[in-house]
Design a protein around this ligand. Structure first.
Ligand SMILES: *[C@@H]1O[C@H](CO)[C@@H](O)[C@H](O)[C@H]1NC(C)=O
Ligand SMILES: *[C@@H]1O[C@H](CO)[C@@H](O)[C@H](O)[C@H]1NC(C)=O
Ligand SMILES: *[C@@H]1O[C@H](CO)[C@@H](O)[C@H](O)[C@H]1NC(C)=O
Length: 297
């Protein structure tokens, strides 16, 4: 009887610890199939769907987190971030300002802000890129280490990082965040759910010159304040990869062309060494190469 009890306890411990490290693989989501089909279908109907932007659905963005930073003066700053390891969140440096943070809560496992169902983790340490400068926002990238480990599952896991994820001209990219919606140039009320957008990369002068940024344009679609820190994503081999971190939102950069919105991002692949050093190799970019010729058709 005692032996049986010991076996049951050992089995329980075994499955619980193994459940902790369970991971369906970075960057996997039902949204991969949806967007692959959508991009493959060039009909006008599918273009129009994209044009208006979509409200994100539960389970679509397993790495998506909402970051609430409470400063010592009790003011609050809201940002978006991505789970890149079970104790690590990738975000923008400007979300963490110059310090003086009282605490930071990270809501995950939901695309909707719901204090009852959202799961919350707290930050233990902040790593702002050492070369981040405020006025120009260069090197606008940061990592947050969590106090506790996030248990991975189908609906909660990491976004992929890759050393060879580089922008290709006019490639379609995806972003999801909690920022306010823009209608024309008017900023709408804050929302309590995440919205997703599709934008194309462009390689204009400043983007060609600077290998540490990614630039996108979208029709009525861009990223805005609360989206800061979220990842701009591309699909490679049926997985989502981070290609950029939302840095300068479109409120500064709406062009004269009505409804064409330009946004700027910190190029994730330029920071692979910094990410692996900062996380003591717990988070690493993969070295895979991809056949992207089909993107250039
Ligand atoms: C894309 O469309 C073509 C032609 O309709 C089809 O043969 C192909 O299987 C599609 N690919 C994907 C990934 O859906
Ligand atoms: C509180 O502190 C933050 C960060 O230092 C600053 O950005 C914000 O403007 C301050 N808010 C108030 C109301 O003083
Ligand atoms: C910061 O910038 C300096 C000068 O450009 C460079 O040598 C250094 O590697 C940068 N630091 C990191 C962590 O990238």
């Amino acid at each position: 009887m005692l032996i049986l009890l010991v076996i049951v306890i050992l089995l329980t411990v075994y499955f619980n610890t193994h459940d902790n490290t369970y991971a369906p693989g970075c960057g996997t989501s039902p949204r991969v199939d949806y967007y692959t089909k959508l991009l493959n279908d060039s009909s006008e109907e599918s273009f129009n769907r994209v044009y208006t932007g979509d409200r994100a659905e539960i389970g679509d963005w397993p790495w998506l987190v909402r970051i609430s930073v409470t400063f010592r003066n009790d003011s609050l700053s809201l940002c978006t971030g991505a789970i890149v390891g079970n104790t690590w969140i990738l975000t923008a440096a400007h979300c963490l300002h110059s310090g003086d943070i009282k605490y930071t809560s990270i809501s995950y496992d939901s695309v909707e802000i719901n204090p009852i169902t959202n799961r919350i983790a707290y930050a233990s340490k902040y790593f702002v890129h050492p070369n981040y400068t405020t006025p120009h926002k260069s090197d606008d990238i940061a990592l947050i280490q969590l106090q506790s480990t996030i248990r991975f599952s189908d609906s909660v896991h990491a976004l992929c990082l890759g050393r060879n994820i580089q922008p290709v001209a006019y490639e379609t990219t995806f972003a999801v965040g909690y920022g306010r919606e823009f209608r024309g140039h008017r900023r709408m009320d804050p929302v309590n759910y995440a919205r997703e957008a599709m934008m194309d990369t462009f390689l204009g002068e400043e983007c060609k010159k600077n290998e540490k940024i990614v630039c996108t344009f979208g029709y009525n679609q861009g990223t805005t304040k609360g989206d800061s820190g979220g990842s701009l994503m591309v699909i490679r081999d049926n997985r989502f990869y981070s290609i950029g971190v939302v840095s300068m939102g479109s409120q500064n950069s709406i062009t004269n062309v009505m409804s064409e919105v330009r946004s700027f991002y910190t190029r994730t692949s330029a920071y692979c060494d910094w990410i692996s050093e900062t996380t003591a190799q717990q988070v690493k970019c993969d070295d895979k190469t991809f056949d992207i010729n089909y993107l250039l058709l």
